[in-house]
Ligand binder design. Structure first.
Ligand code: NAD
Length: 393
């Protein structure tokens, strides 16, 4: 475990170049600057000074499939945070989770008594993993309870709700992060490096597909507009939007979009397939496809002096990728573990917030522009943003 973390840290120190096991060992024996190494040590390896802080307690709100199969298992391996509490509307789940993870009764809440979490010193961070329509309410209540917040994607139902979450966190003086796990993941970090350093020259064209085929329960909340806020676009489309932005290192300056429907009897209220074209200030052109009716998961960028791609680009694990210079090969571990540890380090040591709330708001602004373009038959909608979160933190 320690070596994994350490090797990842070395990757960071070395400008995100892939480091093989042999390479890693060589670098380790040659030694590195002591300060950089000490600052990167897992918290329980650090013995003195301000770094000697506790691990942060995280409470998961909503014990559905993402919390059950990804976040809770990842929290068994995290170094800077741990599962300290749960919030659920189902007493049977509360009991099961308490038994499985040894959560004490005073750290189990339901949606009604949730605000009492403010008196719980064991809980530092509230992670909102509920249907999209509930993100704003619980993120704001968590902030008002004095807890740091991680909010799942999409950040909320609209830009106004994103603003309200950001404001609540600012007023409460707590940190806000998005559940954008890929910013902590090595293949994605490598792509961000290509964009930043122009490893393959200027990026002329980039595309991102993020889609899966939905055939199960037609009454699920993801197909209910009141609970989801939209269809494929707000679910998988967020990944495609993110890919285009960190793949170019730029926010887009315009978007034109189209919607396609082939199974209206199943997708009664939400979008099935959306394509959209983006312009970037550098001259790069972007194209995305997102769908609840297609299987696709890829990022590809064509540049002046070569190309790079991730395929798959945003599944949990394993990701894959290659460039015009060859195959990429990074060690892979739980993205959720890396993400939650990175957010905990942001709180504990003021390291960069890799996916701040403003990034979630920016993506919601793009989502709203895509829907606006569709309503106006693909009209080009201008976009402008105050800050560039292309590189993420
Ligand atoms: P899920 O349907 O499996 O779980 C939703 C949970 O919310 C359940 O425990 C359910 O009981 C609870 N809930 C409370 N009120 C509800 C209501 N009115 N209707 C339906 N459920 C209600 O969903 P999930 O896949 O765990 O997704 C939860 C959130 O996490 C979503 O915002 C989703 O976009 C996000 N997510 C993110 C990732 C990622 O990789 N970052 C992956 C999966 C899901």
């Amino acid at each position: 475990m320690f070596q994994c973390t350490f090797r990842r840290t070395l990757q960071k120190i070395n400008g995100m170049k892939p480091i093989s096991r042999r390479n890693f060992n060589t670098k380790l024996t040659k030694g590195l600057g002591g300060v950089a190494v000490a600052a990167s040590l897992p918290v329980n390896c650090v013995t003195a000074g301000p770094l000697q802080k506790k691990r942060l307690g995280i409470a998961l709100v909503g014990l559905g499939s993402y919390s059950t199969y990804q976040l809770a298992p990842a929290l068994q391996d995290t170094e800077h945070c741990y599962l300290a509490g749960v919030v659920t509307g189902t007493p049977a789940k509360a009991k099961k989770w308490a038994n499985t993870y040894g959560i004490s009764e005073d750290s189990i809440y339901n949606y009604t008594n949730f605000d009492k979490i403010k008196n719980n010193e064991k809980i530092d961070v509230v992670y909102v993993v509920l249907p999209n329509s509930m993100h704003a309410d619980f993120s704001i209540r968590a902030a008002r309870a004095g807890k740091h917040v991680i909010c799942e994607k999409p950040m909320a139902m609209n830009v106004a709700e994103c603003d309200a979450i950001i404001r609540a966190c600012q007023e409460a003086g707590v940190k806000l992060g998005m559940g954008y796990r890929l910013h902590s993941e090595p293949y994605t970090q490598e792509v961000k490096r290509y964009a930043k350093e122009k490893t393959f020259g200027n990026i002329n064209y980039i595309y991102a597909d993020a889609a899966y085929r939905s055939t199960s329960n037609p009454n699920q909340w993801r197909l209910n507009r009141k609970l989801s806020g939209g269809g494929a676009l707000v679910n998988m489309g967020v990944y495609a939007i993110q890919s285009l932005i960190y793949g170019t290192g730029e926010n887009p300056i315009s978007v034109s979009a189209q919607e396609f429907s082939t199974r209206p009897e199943y997708f009664k209220e939400t979008d099935e397939t959306i394509t959209a074209q983006f312009e970037f200030k550098s001259g790069a052109v972007g194209n995305m496809m997102t769908s609840h009716n297609v299987r696709a998961n890829r990022l590809f960028a064509s540049c002046d002096r070569g190309w790079f791609e991730l395929d798959p680009a945003n599944t949990y694990i394993p990701l894959g990728g290659r460039t015009s210079q060859g195959e990429l090969n990074f060690e892979q571990e739980s993205q959720q573990k890396l993400q939650m540890d990175d957010f905990a380090k942001h709180i504990l040591y003021d390291s960069p917030n890799l996916a701040p709330g403003e990034m979630g708001k920016r993506d919601m602004m793009i989502i709203e522009a895509v829907y606006k373009s569709i309503v106006q038959n693909g009209k080009k909608i201008p976009l402008s943003f105050e800050e560039n979160y292309g590189f993420g933190g």
